[in-house]
Design a protein around this ligand. Structure first.
Ligand code: GLU
Length: 309
């Protein structure tokens, strides 16, 4: 099967060395195997997306010597695909509308004794999960709402034994059937997915008819991506993507989560920490071939090192 990789930046800021590293790895992985490399712009967040960042992404990738196959895909032009996926989950009652504002969620968490934390912060307390149907029907046309995955309902659907032999508190997290909900990481090997750590994730935002988790899962499948090369910061999120693949009958690609580049302080490389952007390096006369070779070989410009996390 032909290898297909992709680079999928969000145009909400300028590209820095960490993005270059990720794009170079994904590009090399495809090209060394005679495969295709795709560029997908993840621009569903219309408040933070800026057109000049999209143009800069293209310029900077070209400058680095990275070419891509086919047209650039923009998520903002594919909202119908995500809507169709959401509808499928809604038809199976696996998503529910959530009317909560951020401050209502914070207040609810403050009131409750337990506030479990997941990989994306405090887990949604489930306020809207059990709203009566007539209340939902009244509020839906009038109030802004997100759509959340009913995580327990989704896992119960997936698990043929419904965790019958286990105590309620542990039933879905440790049910034996769950060993089939796994995925492959190039470095770690087989990973058993535990998406329940994330709670009822948002699949469609109040301001966009999708979310990162849904759009990335739908697009990787629709574009035939065989190998997802991306940073280790998204390792945990793959559990959610794996669950969505299972619920939507989509194939599971192989995953290659690479280390993140760290700044001189050991922290994650990001513009807000003063990391040089590619545009700055380019303006400063950096040699893109040398930079690309160095990054791929793990030699970073002086003062930078690969993080171990
Ligand atoms: N759009 C995401 C980002 O810029 C990356 C998504 C992915 O590679 O799965 O962080």
């Amino acid at each position: 099967m032909k290898i297909v990789t992709r680079f999928a930046p969000s145009p909400t800021g300028q590209l820095h060395l960490g993005h270059a590293f990720s794009a170079l790895l994904a590009h090399r992985f495809a090209r060394e195997r005679g495969g295709a490399f795709l560029l997908r712009i993840e621009d569903i967040d219309s408040r933070r997306t800026r057109e000049e960042f999209v143009a800069e992404i293209e310029e900077n990738l070209r400058w680095l010597g990275i070419d891509w196959d086919g047209p650039i895909v923009r998520q903002s032009e594919r909202l119908g695909l995500y809507q169709a996926a959401l509808d499928r989950l809604r038809d199976r009652s696996l998503v529910y509308p959530c009317f909560c504002t951020r401050s209502e969620i914070a207040a609810e968490i403050a009131r409750s004794a337990a506030a479990p934390h997941g990989p994306e912060g405090v887990v949604y307390p489930g306020t809207c999960r059990n709203l009566p149907e007539n209340v939902r029907a009244l509020r839906l046309p009038r109030e802004p709402h997100a759509w959340r995955l009913d995580m327990e309902g989704a896992l119960t659907t997936f698990c043929p034994c419904e965790g019958r032999s286990l105590a309620p508190a542990t039933k879905l997290a440790s049910c034996l059937c769950r060993s089939t909900l796994d995925w492959q990481d190039a470095t770690v090997g087989n990973v058993e997915a535990h998406p329940e750590r994330f709670g009822d994730v948002v699949l469609a935002r109040k301001d966009a008819p999708t979310s990162y988790h849904l759009a990335v899962t739908v697009d990787d499948a629709a574009q035939g991506v065989t190998d997802v090369v991306r940073g280790r910061d998204l390792f945990g999120a793959t559990d959610v993507h794996r669950l969505l693949q299972s619920l939507l009958d989509l194939p599971t690609p192989r995953y290659h989560h690479h280390p993140l580049l760290a700044g001189p302080d050991g922290g994650r490389l990001a513009k807000r920490h003063g990391a040089p952007t590619l545009a700055e390096l380019r303006a400063g006369g950096a040699d893109p071939r040398e930079l690309g070779r160095a990054l791929l070989a793990g030699h970073l410009p002086a003062g930078y090192s690969a993080a171990t996390t």
